[in-house]
Ligand binder design. Structure first.
Ligand code: 5GP
Length: 183
């Protein structure tokens, strides 16, 4: 859905559809080069990374497998709870495999840090991370995100997979949600 359809609920567009497409192509090429000759399992974090996974995996030119995890760190609000819980686990066994976590956004980094440790403890050979978006808080924590799409200001964003109360995921761009929607 185009952001113009919900213009009254959006403060501003931070990343356009065209910018996302161009950056995803760059990231795909870098990741292809990094894993050349290796077998790679892409682990997407539901539900926010669905759009990013779909576009990134199709832009990549090395063979990959795709699996999903669902974890909860945010409730229905806009502030991290710090609690990470597995809602849906992987179908695949990561033992002995190269794993790339595909994440929508890194904010406090709590989710990612927990996830990376969890997959490493299961015996993955390597666990790296690509995140489409990163907020300023993420710089303060010790999470190694190898590839980042865009750095964002500290505002609550929706679109391109990211929701507020399950709405706005289908927006083609990333936009700041008007505080009047959640206050
Ligand atoms: P962290 O654990 O890094 O604080 O939070 C990561 C998760 O919180 C993301 O995967 C995402 O689901 C959610 N999140 C963080 N910031 C935002 C935001 O600005 N908008 C939305 N919709 N979700 C966010």
């Amino acid at each position: 859905m185009d952001v113009s359809k919900v213009a009254d609920q959006i403060t501003k567009v931070l990343v356009t559809e065209e910018q996302i497409k161009a950056r995803v192509a760059e990231l795909a090429a870098e990741i292809d080069a990094a894993y050349a000759g290796k077998e790679l399992l892409l682990v997407g974090v539901l539900k926010g990374a669905v759009m990013f996974m779909a576009d990134l995996s199709r832009a990549m030119q090395i063979p990959t497998q795709v699996d999903w995890m669902a974890v909860s760190s945010y409730g229905s609000g806009t502030v991290s709870s710090g609690v990470v819980r597995i809602l849906k686990d992987l179908d695949a066994d990561v033992l002995g495999r190269h794993v790339l976590i595909v994440e929508d956004i890194v904010d406090s980094g709590l989710t990612l840090s927990w996830l990376a440790h969890n997959l490493t403890n299961r015996g993955a050979v390597s666990v790296k991370v690509v995140a489409l978006l990163r907020k300023p808080e993420a710089a303060k924590v010790d999470v190694n995100v190898e590839w980042i799409g865009f750095d964002l200001p500290n505002e609550f964003v929706v679109g391109y997979g990211l929701d507020y109360n399950e709405n706005y995921r289908s927006l083609t761009s990333v936009a700041v949600l008007s505080p009047k929607v959640y206050s």
